[in-house]
Ligand binder design. Structure first.
Ligand SMILES: [Cu+2]
Length: 484
């Protein structure tokens, strides 16, 4: 296949084409018993929908960065003001951009909320004391200092609160931001060997849902079944559009919803050129026409708009909620930088894990327990030998979907049985969050090679996490025979 053909189809259909066949039967009702209510952003009676320019969060360097979490107000719904909780007074928070191999000191969290909090750097492999464990939460008026020793593959991570029982509300009210790690392969210090789109052609997309009262205030409830908003936001923007030149763009997508699983697709049936996920670049580019995105998962995609004429549009949609999420609107402007890596061609080396020495089984029970236990912030449920490869099996025991997230290491997904019964292209390579639906059993291989110490695993459906679907474990260096 020509290197450009398969993504050029993205733009080939030109204008806004409704592809009814793409809107498959909604499974959300069956999963959650929640009605798919909410504003339908599709034009009613043929009227045009007013759309607003996509916000692009400000990029910042982590060195010496002070992130104050504080209440404030933000304009989201046109003409209204929304009280929110924000880092740095921004909604969403600034995009932190770090380089692999750099030790960032003086990173500081200041808690100006009326409740305890702590920042977790989701996807960063940092020492336990810098991971934002719930035990490290600090009260109102207090602060926490981090050293972020970045030593890992380039990828899109994100940062958000992680206090016990309060994460869901704090994330929902606005405390979340993107955290990009670069390395010598991926647009880092040493250039851009893959020729990936960069600068204004590389855009983080934090996709989340929310519900608003008539005055513009967030609506929220803490019920353990989870909170589903009725309005999609991208980078905190209501009904967004992005003007795109005739070129290739790189989108770093994150499902930042508290509970909602998204089924992302383009309205013209075009393919995303998938190049990466939670753990960075895949081994090769793969075209996918649909992405099932669970809370906490990240997706690195390229889209080629070189055939999108001025005024023509392509819509990013959620097929399950039938939402128009983000409109790409052709500017007719000149082609930008960046090109598409050859499909099937080399992106990065993924060394497969193999020969697990231990198998552990974790059942995600109801909405509150792992292996029958509600989270105990002080208990260490199991210990994991440093640098040993283990097989972890995640099994649902009702009330899925459960996006399972592990701190302290990335893993490789090796099988899914029951339920969907297959793995997807975005589950290749390295992951830190994997979706387990009801009836499914998912096997991953995991090896802790970064740090010893106390870490956690939990469900990233934030209401489940807050209700206790979380477990502490400790990574320990076993004494070898020579040492004993
Ligand atoms: Cu869950």
């Amino acid at each position: 296949m020509d290197r450009r053909d398969f993504v050029r189809t993205v733009a080939a259909a030109g204008g806004t084409v409704a592809v009814a066949g793409l809107v498959a039967a909604c499974t959300e009702e069956a999963w959650h018993g929640h009605a798919m209510t909410g504003p339908d952003l599709a034009p009613a009676g043929g009227g045009a929908v007013t759309r607003y320019p996509l916000r692009i969060p400000q990029p910042v360097d982590p060195g010496g960065l002070s992130l104050q979490a504080a209440p404030g107000t933000v304009g989201i719904i046109p003409g209204k003001s929304t009280p929110a909780w924000m880092y740095h007074g921004q909604f969403p928070a600034p995009t932190i951009v770090a380089q692999n191999g750099v030790r960032y000191t003086g990173v500081r969290f200041e808690n100006s909320l009326a409740q305890e909090s702590i920042i977790h750097w989701h996807g960063l492999l940092v020492e336990s004391v810098n991971d934002g464990h719930p035990q490290q939460a600090v009260g109102p008026g207090s602060s926490y200092s981090y050293t972020l020793n970045v030593a890992q593959r380039a990828t899109l991570n994100w940062y958000h609160p992680h206090p016990h029982m309060k994460t869901g509300e704090q994330v929902y009210r606005g405390l979340a931001g993107a955290f990009i790690v670069r390395d010598s392969v991926d647009t880092g210090f040493d250039g851009n060997p893959l020729g990936l789109p960069a600068g204004s052609y590389e855009i983080p997309l934090i996709i989340r849902d929310a519900s608003f009262a008539s005055r513009g205030n967030f609506q929220f409830s803490n019920k353990s079944s989870g909170f589903w908003g009725n309005t999609p936001l991208v980078n905190g923007t209501f009904a967004p559009y992005l003007g795109v030149n005739k070129g290739v763009y790189r989108f770093r997508m994150l499902n930042g919803c508290n509970a909602r699983v998204l089924r992302l697709a383009l309205n013209n049936g075009g393919a995303f050129a998938l190049i990466g996920n939670d753990g960075g670049l895949l081994d090769q580019v793969r075209p996918v026409t649909e992405i099932i995105a669970a809370p906490g998962e990240r997706f690195d995609i390229l889209l080629d708009f070189s055939a999108l004429n001025s005024g023509a549009t392509v819509m990013l949609r959620d097929l399950d909620a039938r939402w128009d999420i983000l409109e790409f609107r052709g500017t007719g402007g000149a082609s930008g930088t960046g090109s598409l890596p050859t499909p099937g061609g080399f992106l990065s080396t993924i060394v497969p894990l193999s020969a697990p020495v231990t198998t552990r089984r974790f059942t995600f029970d109801g909405m509150t327990r792992i292996n029958g236990k509600v989270y105990d912030i002080n208990a260490v449920e199991f210990t994991v030998p440093f640098e040993a490869t283990e097989r972890w099996t995640f099994v649902t025991n009702g009330n899925g979907p459960h996006p399972v997230h592990v701190h302290g290491a990335h893993f490789q997904v090796v099988s899914r049985t029951g339920g969907r019964g297959r793995l997807y292209d975005w589950e290749r390579g390295w992951k830190d969050t994997v979706l387990v639906n009801d009836g499914e059993s998912v096997d991953v291989l995991i090896r802790f090679t970064a740090h010893e110490g106390l870490y956690i695993m939990h469900c990233h459906q934030l209401a489940h996490e807050d209700a206790g679907m979380m477990a502490n474990f400790e990574v320990v260096r076993m004494a070898t025979e020579a040492e004993t």
